[in-house]
Write a protein that binds this ligand. Structure first.
Ligand code: ARG
Length: 578
């Protein structure tokens, strides 16, 4: 039963505040012994002409606040708050049966049924290295996609590749002059980067290179076979490299239409804006003024008649709406592009498309490194994701090898490799997602690989520990009992653990509403802390009471489902032992 919703409905019935408002105001008290929910009565003071304390006392005595849950809930006034205490055993049974019935999909719902959500994320640029900033959008977008799917939405994952622009004319020129076939096949991105940098170096003395590049870009736009073939090759080779990274991270997309795809639809955008009389000439360019939105105008066509980034984004939105009638169109792109998206959305709004309000830019912060020397061998300050992953996995492996030694070396090399890869990738992912997305991220290996800290290794280890308890129990013939016998779980640690698992579904909904996976990260982390407290204070397999042992094993089983579900939504895999 959704007690919070029922409480809200009941209070709404006897006051003049709508249920949604009550729902929003209702809090979880800071300490468990204060109850499960608290409604602050301040808001009623005006209309009821009484002090909040008196109102709380009054409501506590009104049977109607408990309608439909009389046997499970008690209402008490605590100062200006009306607190609700759900009978521990009733709530525990409900939470545990919910977890056991949904397994590692715990937290799922059908609130999104029949609705399309587009999540655009990753969107790297062809022929350029995939750096740690692209990793942020990739991991954040992947997590948001999973969260929306879990809530029943139909999610379309889009990768808006940066595969268009005058730089491709330069690449074609550079390739014809200096391209090294063998290097291109072996390490395409570095080779493309090398000739691109060389182009800029040489063009200083030989400006005619720029003319050649312009000419090549023009041919490319006109669809000239040779130039298109070269561009296609650069694109395919780059995408192969990106796909290796995506595969390694277990991430996939439904659509890779890049900017080149939408460039072809620019006419449609121009026609539409012309028809609505929104295009204005300014210094030779065609723009949509956005003064009424307090923004600089959005350029649609440059003075030479070519499109810009924004034109292609507008074309892309029209395409998306036509194909998916999205309920939400989410862009996971760095904060520096905030103005660009506000402009693009405002152009559509001005053109009369009300669904422009359902387009959302989800920005994120910068990525920094505590130990800069770790990557100082590479020139420039861009750090490639590949290097970050390899370095982290190698460091994780060292820790796991050590732990394995102290446990008598029971794991094979193969197993160690497998676990190090999963835990290492998890550590990177968790570092990106553990705090609000607009905060900058600081990579610090000592911190992110601390098996006792707020880290993926700690969380995965907690899962593996619980799994190992269940395995050992099974070997000794002990089984979890299921939801009905949990009334024997009465300690504070047990209740805190159950309660924190019970709050996970709400965390999933809030994470979706705020585009903030860290809300789930925090909940999972709390669950893990509570589990370890329970584990340290209670006998599980060694319990002398059969019923208690079985009920505690049930808790272990629930912990595994809740952790696997929550971590899975962040894009982090668990391992069965470590
Ligand atoms: N390719 C761009 C970059 O690497 C990001 C594209 C963002 N998406 C968009 N629809 N404009 O910065």
């Amino acid at each position: 039963m959704d007690y919070k919703a029922q409480i809200a409905a009941n209070i709404a019935n006897i006051t003049d505040i709508p249920a949604e408002e009550v729902f929003k105001l209702t809090e979880i008290p800071p300490q468990l012994d204060m109850g499960d929910y608290a409604f602050p009565c301040f808001i009623l003071a005006k209309t009821m002409h009484k002090a909040p304390q008196a109102i709380a006392a009054n409501l506590a005595g009104n049977e109607a606040v408990l309608k439909g849950m009389e046997n499970a809930v008690e209402a008490v006034a605590v100062g200006p708050y009306l607190n609700f205490k759900i009978k521990k055993d009733v709530l525990a049974r409900e939470i545990i049966s919910e977890i056991l019935s949904s397994g590692d999909e715990y937290g799922k719902s059908n609130m999104g049924e029949g609705k399309n959500v587009i999540v655009e994320f990753s969107s790297p640029n062809i022929a350029k290295p995939f750096h740690v900033g692209h990793a942020f959008t990739t991991l954040l977008g992947n997590s948001l996609s999973k969260i929306y799917s879990r809530l029943g939405y139909n999610v379309i994952r889009m990768n808006h590749l940066g595969d268009y622009g005058t730089q491709f004319g330069k690449l074609i020129t550079a390739y014809r002059l200096w391209g090294d076939e063998e290097a291109l096949n072996r390490d395409p991105i570095n080779e493309l980067l090398r000739i691109y940098v060389k182009f800029h170096d040489e063009a200083v003395a030989k400006p005619e290179l720029e003319d050649d590049a312009r000419e090549n870009f023009r041919k490319l736009e006109e669809g000239s076979a040779e130039e298109v073939a070269l561009w296609q090759r650069f694109r395919d080779l780059s995408l192969d490299v990106f796909n290796q990274l995506y595969d390694r991270m277990g991430i996939g997309f439904d659509n890779y239409n890049g900017e080149s795809y939408y460039a072809k639809m620019a006419d449609e955008v121009v026609d539409m804006l012309k028809e609505k009389n929104l295009l204005v000439e300014s210094e030779g360019a065609q723009v949509v003024p956005l003064d009424e939105y307090n923004m600089p105008p959005c350029i649609i066509l440059k003075s030479d008649g070519t499109t810009i980034y924004a034109t292609r984004d507008i074309a892309a939105i029209l395409y998306r709406y036509r194909n998916y009638q999205f309920d939400k169109n989410v862009y996971v792109v760095g904060i520096p592009q905030a103005l660009h998206f506000r402009q693009v959305f405002s152009v559509l709004k001005k053109a009369g498309f009300d669904w422009a309000d359902n387009c959302v830019h989800v920005g994120f912060g910068l990525v920094k490194f505590k130990d800069n020397t770790a990557f100082s061998t590479r020139k420039g300050n861009i750090v490639k994701l590949d290097d970050l992953l390899n370095e982290t996995v190698a460091k994780t492996r060292e820790v796991i090898v050590e732990n394995n030694k102290t446990r008598g070396g029971e794991m094979t090399e193969e197993e160690i490799d497998f676990i190090a890869e999963k835990v290492g990738l998890g550590a990177v992912t968790y570092t990106y997602l553990k705090a609000g997305r607009e905060r900058d991220i600081l990579f610090d290996w000592d911190e992110m690989l601390d098996f006792e800290g707020d880290t993926a290794p700690y969380l995965i280890y907690t899962y593996a520990r619980s799994r190992s308890i269940l395995r050992k129990a099974e070997e000794q013939g002990y089984k979890p009992s299921g939801p009905d016998s949990v009334s024997v779980l009465t300690s504070d640690e047990e209740y805190a653990l159950i309660r924190s698992m019970g709050d996970l579904p709400d965390a999933v909904r809030r994470a979706a509403a705020e585009y903030e996976p860290f809300i789930i990260a925090k909940q999972v982390s709390l669950i893990a802390r509570n589990f370890n407290r329970f584990y340290n204070n209670s006998k599980i397999i060694n319990s002398d009471d059969d019923q208690l042992r079985a009920a505690r094993l049930t808790l272990c089983e629930c912990l595994c489902d809740a952790m696997k579900s929550g971590l899975g939504l962040l894009g982090i895999d668990v391992v069965e032992r470590m």
